[in-house]
Design a binder for this molecule. Structure first.
Ligand code: HEC
Length: 133
């Protein structure tokens, strides 16, 4: 009993701190990511991720953001061919943006994946690195 209490007393604050730490990491990454977004994505996907109907798909509330690995792939390898985003068809070209470094890609994805009603887990530069061929 005492041991359980002791362990709970140690682990609960540790878990709390770990979450706090991750949240701070995410906030800082998103702040940097917004800068990357404004320079490299906003032209097409627009300021609030609403896209341009029939031309560039939105990023706000799209199911495509669920899969971090695929999201990294869009940036490293581009995306083309017909896709349906939020019920509308798009068939255009997003060129590879693989000149962005691992940190920039993680940051911009954290911004996009946690803005405009999106809420997905943090992406790390290590995850991006692992997807580079
Ligand atoms: C030249 C315009 C352009 C730029 C710049 C651009 N995209 Fe795209 N993006 C597109 C188009 C067009 C598609 C859909 C391509 C198709 O038809 O298959 C797309 C698809 C996507 C998708 C998957 C579909 C969706 O809407 O959820 C994501 C995610 C995405 N882009 C993120 C980004 C991010 C992040 C950046 C900046 C690092 C970026 N794009 C820069 C035009 C662009």
């Amino acid at each position: 009993m005492r041991k359980t209490l002791l362990l709970t007393g140690i682990f609960t604050p540790m878990i709390f701190l770990a979450f706090k730490f991750q949240d701070k990491n995410l906030q800082e990454s998103m702040k940097r990511g917004k800068e990357v977004y404004m320079i490299h994505c906003q032209n097409c996907h627009m300021e609030n991720g609403q896209g341009m109907e029939g031309v560039n798909p939105p990023l706000a509330k799209t199911a495509y953001l669920k899969d971090a690995k695929k999201n990294i792939g869009y940036i490293l390898n581009g995306q083309t061919g017909e896709i349906t985003v939020n019920g509308k068809k798009y068939n255009a070209i997003m060129n590879p943006l693989n000149y962005l470094d691992d940190i920039q890609i993680a940051d911009v994805l954290n911004y996009v994946r946690n803005s405009w009603g999106n809420k997905y887990p943090i992406v790390t530069p290590a995850q991006v690195k692992a997807e580079r061929k």
